[in-house]
Design a protein around this ligand. Structure first.
Ligand code: NAP
Length: 287
């Protein structure tokens, strides 16, 4: 029941129709019998500052931030968690008595997914990241936090891979970084000796699921874990190709659930059982 004490949570982005966050958070609010509500807000470009000021004025408890505002909200925050500051992207904002603080739970969500669901350690491993957008940046930081030894970042626009490497080097100078384009000669050679491949591109995402993967996986080791951050469809073409070569595979659904759970904890202090969300999504047939 909504009353005078109801805490307001939400999502800001543009567009936001694709998001599962309102369903997931409102389900958790109900399940844990909390006095909050989570609402979607499609904030038009040009209104980001007003939206952030509105959070304070209307005494929101917090919001998630999605595409394309993860970087654009930063100038209007009062404080930043150190990880969010390093990466320069925020997906969660909490309002502590008029002080807006930004966090990035994508990074820790992915790290948790690799370590828990991948049942593996990141420490001293070698990884190949495909793509160099926001999700790639979060992936590189997740791996560095986990103590990775080497990362190769390859992207259609090689310059963007260089830019990520430049940022990462400021904080993790012991990690060996290689960057390049989607040049077969470069990555074919890498694949024979890599422990982890993370595809951070939207290639293969519904509704355009029936497309060739961004890279060919010939030569990949059997023990390699191939992750696609896309979770709709559950098995993208790169994961199917990896399975054909007996590699381990995982999609990005648990990353989504873990980042949401961490945001929820920041706002409410409650630790969510993410299996409950997983089963809920399957039941709703949302994916
Ligand atoms: P982004 O910032 O727009 O970056 C997209 C990246 O993919 C860029 O490096 C781009 O290359 C590359 N790319 C796009 N189309 C390509 C194509 N046809 N061939 C080769 N490369 C292509 O997007 P993002 O925020 O990083 O998100 C990327 C994907 O990750 C989305 O599908 C998103 O849903 C998913 N994601 C999942 C989670 C999760 O919780 N599971 C979290 C975040 C993101 P250029 O630089 O050359 O343009």
């Amino acid at each position: 029941m909504i009353d005078i004490k109801t805490g307001i949570l939400g999502l800001i982005g543009y567009p936001i129709e694709h998001s599962l966050s309102p369903l997931l958070h409102n389900m958790a609010i109900k399940k844990y019998d909390l006095n909050y509500v989570y609402l979607p807000f499609a904030v038009e470009p040009g209104n980001v500052k007003q939206a952030l000021m509105g959070l304070k004025a209307l005494n929101f408890r917090g919001v998630n931030v999605t595409i394309p505002y993860k970087e654009k909200v930063i100038p209007y925050l009062d404080e930043m968690d150190s990880l969010a500051e390093k990466i320069g992207a925020v997906n969660t904002i909490v309002n502590e008595n008029g002080i807006l603080k930004g966090y990035n739970t994508d990074i820790t969500g992915l790290k948790r997914m690799i370590e828990v669901d991948g049942n593996t350690t990141i420490k001293n491993k070698k990884a190949l990241i495909i793509g160099a957008g926001g999700a790639a940046k979060a992936a590189v930081f997740a791996l560095c936090l986990g103590g990775i030894k080497e990362i190769a970042i390859i992207n259609r626009t090689a310059k963007r891979a260089d830019e990520i490497a430049k940022i990462v080097k400021q904080y993790y100078d012991s990690v060996k970084l290689v960057t390049g384009s989607l040049d077969t000669d470069l990555y074919k050679h890498l694949l024979t000796d890599i422990d982890l491949v993370i595809d951070t591109t939207p290639v293969g995402m519904a509704p355009k699921a029936d497309v060739a993967p961004v890279i060919e996986l010939d030569g990949i080791k059997k023990s390699t874990l191939v992750i696609d951050l896309v979770y709709n469809p559950a098995k993208t073409t790169i994961l199917k190709e990896a399975e054909k070569r007996n590699a381990e595979t995982m999609n990005g659904l648990n990353m989504l659930l873990y980042q949401g759970a961490e945001s929820f904890k920041i706002w409410t202090g409650i630790d969510i059982n993410t299996k409950m969300w997983y089963n809920y999504i399957l039941k709703l047939k949302k994916l």
